[in-house]
Design a protein around this ligand. Structure first.
Ligand SMILES: C[S@@+](CC[C@H](N)C(=O)[O-])C[C@H]1O[C@@H](n2cnc3c(N)ncnc32)[C@H](O)[C@@H]1O
Length: 487
């Protein structure tokens, strides 16, 4: 973030505008709208500022700027046509630690002004950090068109009831639920249609039932965050993220997804790093039971789908055993997301009749897999958590009859900007993984479908790693970046 966003309370505070033309007048109007105490310094001023001065809305000092004009000032805007004057005002203001904006001269600004949508007291500010003002204006136009004109009425109503609601519901979580009922319910529709009396009646009736908000039990939303790309979140997942009091998330859930959560929600990372024992499943279950039992709404956010190799089932059972509520919000599982991002049709009718999702996590799970059935032709295997078990997987499948030239694709960090797709054959699996230093999270796809799809060929010569392996298949290549979903 290049700039810190803030809304300033300028009510009654001395502010200086240097310059008297139409641009200065526009800035003056904004300052006056924020009830600032405005002084304009300029040898001559245009009609707008002259009229405001005549009406007593501001003070006009009719001479060139001098540094002493900054005495006692909170904020200064320099809007002259003279670059030297603007630079001088900026230098003097900076020396006195006063925030200065020189209009259209970003190098002389210690703050920049955003494009705004004004539905006072609701204000939406949009900034492109000074790099694309026209883009910021376009965004503002879209917001302008989509935000109800009477949003301010609704916000004003909320302001009037604020203290009464705090008194009725002192705890934060139930209070947030109360306001969600106001904002998402009939009170809001009435206010936005201009019927303030009916809106007030609706709020009063909700206040009569305030105890019900305090008594509402907690819930856990076992939520799938998808494989990485935040745009692959479902609408329900987004809603859960924005409604939850607490987000309990896995290591695989990226910052871009977490950024969509309610700002004031507590965040608890319960990431399990491969090979590390921190945060056992039992302790996660206990945490969920504790949070939901205390009335919290918890978004238990997991990579992919919570019920596909996500241990969501165990968490649901623990919550049920404790008599607590839970719901599942499915997510796009890694197999679907990674295959789509690599352009691989998992069940192309010419190549596969079935799709098997399997995990090859530990030695035990490898030993207990049904290898003869996995080695059958015309099926696609999607192997989760398999990176460390690639040697076993390769050997066992070939031993049980899957040809060494069966196509494979390893999708590492699928659907993210760091995605790599490494293709080759089953007989090359180990060498490919080593040559490309494949790391978790990676998904292995095995079957004829794995040679299909989009591929920017970036060849790697496997013979450098082992001459015999190079002949196990006729081509290998790596795709870097996202494909299929539009990178
Ligand atoms: C504990 S499992 C969780 C699976 C998740 N619940 C799902 O439905 O995708 C973690 C494994 O999923 C796979 N995985 C998850 N996200 C991935 C991604 N973005 N790219 C490749 N593989 C991924 C990897 O095999 C990883 O080791």
């Amino acid at each position: 973030m290049e700039y810190f966003p803030a809304f300033l309370d300028l009510d009654g505070k001395p502010c200086l505008v240097v310059g008297g033309g139409e641009i200065a007048a526009r800035k003056v109007r904004l300052l006056l709208a924020a009830r600032a105490d405005v002084t304009v310094v300029a040898p001559a001023v245009g009609d707008s500022i002259a009229a405001l001065a005549a009406a007593g809305s501001l003070r006009h000092v009719g001479r060139p700027y001098v540094p002493e004009d900054l005495d006692g000032v909170w904020l200064v805007i320099s809007a002259t046509a003279d670059a030297d004057v603007d630079a001088g005002v900026y230098a003097d203001a900076s020396a006195r630690r006063i925030f200065c904006n020189a209009v259209d001269r970003q190098e002389n600004c210690s703050y920049i002004t955003p494009a705004i949508v004004d539905r006072s007291p609701v204000l939406v500010a949009v900034s492109s950090g000074g790099s694309a003002p026209v883009l910021a204006r376009r965004i503002r136009e879209r917001l302008e068109a989509s935000l109800p004109a009477r949003l301010g009425t609704l916000a004003g109503l909320a302001r009037r009831y604020r203290q009464r609601v705090i008194a009725a519901l002192p705890a934060l979580s139930p209070r947030i639920r109360f306001w969600e009922s106001v904002i998402d319910g009939p009170a809001s529709s009435a206010a936005l249609s201009g019927d303030v009396k009916r809106a007030e009646a609706e709020i009063e009736s909700l206040l009569d039932d305030a105890a019900e908000f305090a008594a509402r039990p907690g819930i856990a939303w076992l939520t799938g965050a998808g494989p990485g790309d935040p745009e692959l979140l479902t609408l329900k997942a987004l809603h859960a993220l924005q409604s939850a009091d607490v987000i309990v998330h896995d290591r695989l859930v990226g910052d871009e997804v977490l950024a969509l959560a309610r700002r004031d929600a507590e965040r608890i990372s319960v990431g399990k790093t491969p090979g590390c024992r921190a945060n056992s499943q039992e302790s996660i279950n206990e945490l969920l039971v504790k949070l939901v039992g205390s009335g919290k709404r918890v978004c238990r956010l997991k990579g992919g789908d919570p019920f596909i190799f996500g241990r969501g089932g165990e968490e649901a059972e623990a919550l049920t055993a404790a008599g607590l509520s839970w719901q599942v919000i499915p997510g796009i599982t890694a197999a679907a997301g990674c295959a789509a991002a690599a352009g691989i049709p998992l069940t192309h009718r010419d190549a596969a009749q079935s799709l098997v999702l399997l995990t090859a996590h530990g030695k035990d799970s490898v030993d207990t897999l049904d290898w003869p059935s996995l080695a059958r032709d015309r099926q696609t295997l999607a192997v989760y958590m398999g990176v460390r078990r690639f040697p076993d997987l390769m050997t066992r499948l070939i031993e049980h009859g899957r040809p060494a030239d069966t196509p494979i694709a390893i999708v590492e960090r699928g659907t993210t900007p760091e995605q790599r797709v490494i293709r080759g054959t089953l007989g090359q699996l180990n060498l490919l993984a080593k040559a490309h230093r494949v790391e978790a999270p990676a998904l292995l796809l095995i079957g004829a479908v794995a040679s299909r799809g989009v591929a920017d060929e970036l060849s790697i010569d496997l013979s450098q790693h082992s001459p015999s392996a190079a002949s196990a298949g006729d081509h290998t290549y790596v795709q870097a970046g996202r494909a299929g979903l539009g990178s």
